[in-house]
Design a protein around this ligand. Structure first.
Ligand code: SF4
Length: 201
């Protein structure tokens, strides 16, 4: 009888439930064909299954988005036909459905004015204008055209840097590839040095 460690058992169980296991079970000599087949047969009696790509990192795992006849997303699974991910999704990719369909997701802008003790709802355009105005003012008031930097000979020299240390950008796990690309371009265009993102596997 094959010996399976506790860790391997947990991995196999989790994969079977999510219909996403490929490599781990293959390494244990388990046939994953049935599990992989299930991902494509996840039951929709009407509607359609649309192949897609997870938007959260550059791995580009394949997904199947299940859409009902009303055009509403009813499920998102790993795509076993993807040569990249073979039906698997990491926890972020596996939770994509909750981004789309989540009653707890805030859909309105909340604003707390300086010194205030409560939140107000504001229109999105108002928030965008305010953020743009504050970013522009902060950048203009703290922009460095030149900086004294090491000259490579033990001294310092004035060099053109065109940057600001007064702004920072911190991205979150649910920002997708395209947004990250645009954010990076915008921040570097403004001269922002501190640009960081959580988007890692
Ligand atoms: S976030 Fe996870 S599921 Fe999505 S592409 Fe990256 S590794 Fe794949």
């Amino acid at each position: 009888m094959m010996n399976v460690t506790r860790r391997q058992f947990i991995k196999i169980s989790a994969g079977a439930i999510g219909a996403v296991v490929a490599t781990e079970t293959a390494a244990l000599g388990v046939d994953t064909a049935a599990v992989q087949g299930r991902a494509l047969s996840v039951p929709i009696k009407t509607g359609k299954q649309v192949p897609s790509i997870c938007p959260f990192c550059s791995v580009g795992c394949g997904q199947i988005v299940m859409v009902n006849d009303a055009g509403k997303i009813i499920g998102i699974e790993g795509n076993p036909d993807s040569p990249i991910s073979e039906g698997t999704l990491c926890p972020k990719g596996a939770a994509t459905y909750q981004l789309v369909m989540n009653e707890h997701r805030w859909t309105k802008v909340k604003y707390r004015a300086p010194g205030s003790d409560h939140w107000e709802e504001k229109p999105l355009d108002w928030a965008m204008d305010r953020i743009a105005k504050l970013v522009k003012e902060t950048r203009d008031a703290n922009f460095n055209e030149f900086e004294e930097l090491p000259d490579g000979k033990g001294g310092k020299a004035k060099k053109r840097v065109m940057n600001t240390y007064a702004l920072a950008s911190l991205g979150g796990a649910t920002i997708d590839n395209e947004w990250n690309y645009a954010q990076q371009k915008l921040m570097h265009g403004l001269g922002v040095v501190y640009v960081e993102n959580q988007a890692r596997i």
